[in-house]
Design a protein around this ligand. Structure first.
Ligand SMILES: *Cc1c(COP(=O)(O)O)cnc(C)c1O
Length: 255
């Protein structure tokens, strides 16, 4: 092993994969007439060990996110010597808030008022603030977390009163499908909802970010306006742990 726990071949593979993903992002931006700097790449690093994440950060990637609170502290502590931005993209249980807050600047998966209230209380006590994205379920699949788009306005109005939470935009997981064109409506729906919410001009609500697009649908997501694509598999390879461990498809309780 070299590069502190990653073999040279594995390290090289990760760097190659990053440049492939960056190329896909650039091409999608060009096709849709967008500035390549208007879309950030977020590394979705669930199940990925710190040495592999380190390779990606050393290669220039500066935005990393985890899904499970248990993975957050050990991994982010192992990488504490590096400068990068840390987000949370998983289902957050209220009793895990304290274990998460010190390690992340943004929670992309805010999806219920009870959670917002508890975050506000915890942050207020410390005199701190965090960025949040509101997670919507735009594909209508029952297996997914997130509010229905119709609930977004009222929810955003309510959360906008919590001064410790800076609403930056919306997040969604697009329709799971082998035909990415079928995912397009669910991604477009997030943008349309964002645009509508932005017109409300709510105090303290920025509503600029659209976190959408993963390994399979990042091109379509960029064409539909994504500002953050969240990529795991295309960079780190396929995961041994099924995603149902992280998402509620099989009734598992993640967190
Ligand atoms: C795992 C995960 C991703 C990345 O998925 P890939 O298909 O591996 O790129 C993106 N967003 C969320 C919320 C995830 O849990």
């Amino acid at each position: 092993m070299t590069e502190a726990g990653v073999g040279p071949d594995r390290a090289e593979e990760i760097r190659q994969n990053i440049s492939v993903v960056r190329g896909r992002m650039r091409a999608a931006c060009e096709r849709s007439g967008r500035d390549p700097d208007s879309v950030r790449l977020l590394l979705a690093t669930k199940t990925v060990a710190p040495p592999a994440i380190r390779v990606a950060i050393d290669a220039g990637e500066k935005l990393v996110a985890e899904n499970r609170v248990q993975e957050v502290r050990p991994k982010f502590e192992a990488l504490a010597d590096l400068e990068y931005e840390r987000h949370f993209i998983g289902n957050l249980q209220s009793n895990k808030i304290n274990a998460l807050i010190p390690y992340v600047s943004c929670i992309q998966s805010l999806d219920r008022l009870s959670l917002a209230k508890k975050l506000q209380k915890r942050l207020e006590r410390e005199g701190e603030r965090r960025e949040v994205l509101i997670q919507l379920n735009t594909s209508g699949e029952e297996s997914k977390f997130g509010l229905a788009p119709e609930e977004a306005e009222e929810f955003t109005r309510e959360v906008s009163r919590f001064d410790a939470l800076e609403i930056k935009g919306l997040m969604t997981i697009g329709l799971f499908t082998d035909d990415v064109e079928l995912a397009r409506p669910s991604l477009r729906r997030l943008r349309e909802t964002r645009d509508r919410l932005r017109e409300l001009n709510l105090d303290g609500v920025a509503m600029n970010e659209l976190s959408m697009g993963m390994t399979g649908d990042l091109e379509v997501a960029i064409e539909e306006g994504s500002t953050i694509v969240r990529v795991g598999t295309a960079i780190f390879g396929s995961r041994d742990t099924s995603d149902s461990f992280y998402w509620p498809e099989s009734g598992n309780q993640p967190g």
